[in-house]
Design a protein around this ligand. Structure first.
Ligand SMILES: *[C@@H]1O[C@H](CO)[C@@H](O)[C@H](O)[C@H]1NC(C)=O
Length: 126
């Protein structure tokens, strides 16, 4: 599974869609808000936001639907993780009032039959 994931992370374009995330690294103060942008080079209906806490596996935060509200997984709320999906190639995740427990990798992903991943954003909250 890990090897598979690394392949996807490293070679997204081989699978037909390339995702780019900004920023790749962010260090911020407790209580601030962090915005992560994700751009995909092809039009895929579904985009996903994940986080990976240190030493844990990927956890789905929400599915970003174009033109409607994101669908959140249990334990994640729109207030804490507002998601903007203005069009088929773009999504923005905000993490509000961050605290040290939000220090994590955040990944965007998109796909239809295969899932493609961005490079990940490493967030550290001081
Ligand atoms: C998608 O939305 C983003 C942010 O609003 C914008 O910068 C981009 O140009 C839009 N792309 C298309 C294809 O409309």
């Amino acid at each position: 599974m890990l090897t598979f994931l690394l392949l996807l992370l490293g070679q997204g374009s081989v699978f037909g869609a390339l995702l780019s995330q900004k920023p790749l690294r962010d260090i911020c103060q407790r209580g601030t808000s962090v915005t992560i942008q994700c751009h995909v080079d092809s039009q895929l209906a579904l985009m996903f936001w994940y986080r990976q806490l240190p030493g844990q596996s990927l956890t789905l935060i929400a599915t970003a639907n174009q033109g409607s509200e994101a669908t959140y997984e249990s334990g994640f709320t729109k207030d804490k993780f507002p998601i903007h999906r203005p069009n088929l190639t773009y999504s923005i995740l905000t993490v509000n009032s961050v605290n040290p427990e939000d220090s994590s990798f955040y990944f965007c992903s998109a796909g239809d039959t295969a899932q493609h991943f961005g490079d990940g954003t490493r967030l550290s909250v001081l």
